[in-house]
Design a protein around this ligand. Structure first.
Ligand SMILES: [Zn+2]
Ligand SMILES: [Zn+2]
Ligand SMILES: [Zn+2]
Length: 170
């Protein structure tokens, strides 16, 4: 049996389970996984704690992957909030480790690529990134990410086609 803490389960239900309108009948009634849509014979899924008659349920691989995503994210945030190196946007070996763990955790969920909250480009390849905390907010905004120490602006221009020349031949 999958051991997922009640706290993580509550986070998944609040932030990661699609709303009922986006789910099929089978998903709303616990007969299919809310994330991958896999058919769940009775007793094979884990109920995520919806309010009856809504019974969002997950298959074991999705539940493990999604729970891992949250746990790594939260550990990383907790580090970032208290580490002098990370607060100062300096190099930090722990942050590098969390970033590597998070890349794996994210890939395992099958989610779309992360998007940078600052430049709005996808975070791809070897881009360095970290949980993003908006300035002036007393609490971190959950589940946002940004490039660190700054966005790779060269990427923006790399894909722009050259401008057509005007007025040639006159
Ligand atoms: Zn699933
Ligand atoms: Zn650090
Ligand atoms: Zn960026």
């Amino acid at each position: 049996m999958t051991a997922v803490s009640p706290e993580t389960m509550a986070m998944l239900l609040m932030f990661d389970v699609p709303g009922g309108m986006q789910l099929s009948d089978a998903q709303n009634h616990g007969h299919a996984c809310v994330w991958c849509g896999l058919y769940l014979p009775a007793g094979t899924g884990t109920e995520l704690g919806g309010v009856a008659p809504w019974r969002p349920t997950a298959c074991p691989p999705c539940l493990v992957a999604r729970a891992r995503w949250f746990e790594v994210y939260q550990t990383w945030c907790a580090h970032q909030e208290t580490c002098a190196n990370c607060i100062g946007m300096q190099r930090c070996e722990y942050a590098t480790g969390y970033r590597r763990m998070f890349r794996f955790a994210h890939a395992a969920t099958g989610r779309a690529p992360l998007r940078c909250a600052v430049c709005r480009w996808d975070i791809i390849g070897d881009d360095a990134f970290a949980p993003f905390r908006a300035e002036g907010l007393s609490a971190p905004v959950m589940f946002l990410f940004a490039h660190v120490p700054q966005c790779p602006s060269r990427k923006r221009h790399q894909y722009h086609a050259p401008r057509p020349r005007r007025g040639t031949g006159h």
